[in-house]
Structures are given as C-alpha cells and as structure tokens.
Write a new protein. Structure first.
Length: 122
C-alpha cells in the first residue's frame, strides 16, 4: 500500500471517528438511519452507518451535508479540518456541487481527487 493510500485510509477512519463521536451525543444509529431515509429515501441502510463510522465506507458530498444538518454540526467537525474558514468554504463548495447534475458532480470529484493526489505527491 502506498503512503497516499495509507493517508487516505487514516483520514477516512478519522472522519468516521468524528462522525461516531458527534452522532453518539445526539442519537442512535437507528435514529440517524431513519432521519437520513426521511431525507434521502431508502438509499441508506443501518449497516452503512457502522461502515462510515469505522472508515470502511466513504462519505460523499451530499451525504456529508445532510449529516451536518441532521447532527446539527458543521463540516469542520466531521471532516476534522483545522481551519474554520477552510471548513466553511468546503461546506459551501459541497453545497454548490449537490446542485449540479450527477455527471458534473462525478467530473468535479475526479478533478478534486487528481488535484489532491498532485498536491500529496509534490
């Protein structure tokens, strides 16, 4: 496994840990699934919560925003961003992206991943 993949895996685990910490203060996994299903339909099943919290399953932009709303927190807390202004900007970008057609979202995500990889390899 490359260092980049290890870093991404660790970041996913940290995000999951943050999600679990915030979620446990406010509700159970069952309650969170119900709230997500009310907003997103049956796209979310209870095992997904455990997978997100353990870092086995990645969260995507729309889901991060919905979790922030439901858990009454911000992306800074869930993503573990250290700079509040960066978090606010990231939340805004994620919100803007959710308004785009699915294909455009996929293109942007691919571009972000390439940019991140480029910066990590620099």
């Amino acid at each position: 496994m490359t260092q980049i993949k290890r870093d991404i895996t660790e970041a996913e685990k940290a995000i999951g840990k943050n999600l679990k910490k915030v979620r446990k203060v406010r509700m159970t996994q069952v309650e969170l699934v119900k709230r997500l299903q009310d907003k997103l339909g049956d796209k979310v099943a209870q095992p997904a919560i455990s997978d997100w919290e353990s870092g086995r399953l990645r969260l995507h932009g729309e889901l991060i925003l919905e979790l922030c709303r439901i858990l009454e927190t911000d992306a800074n807390t869930l993503l573990g961003a250290e700079h509040p202004l960066l978090s606010k900007r990231m939340t805004g970008v994620l919100a803007d992206m959710t308004q785009l057609p699915k294909r455009q979202q996929e293109v942007l995500i691919k571009q972000f991943k390439l940019l991140i990889d480029e910066k990590l390899n620099a």
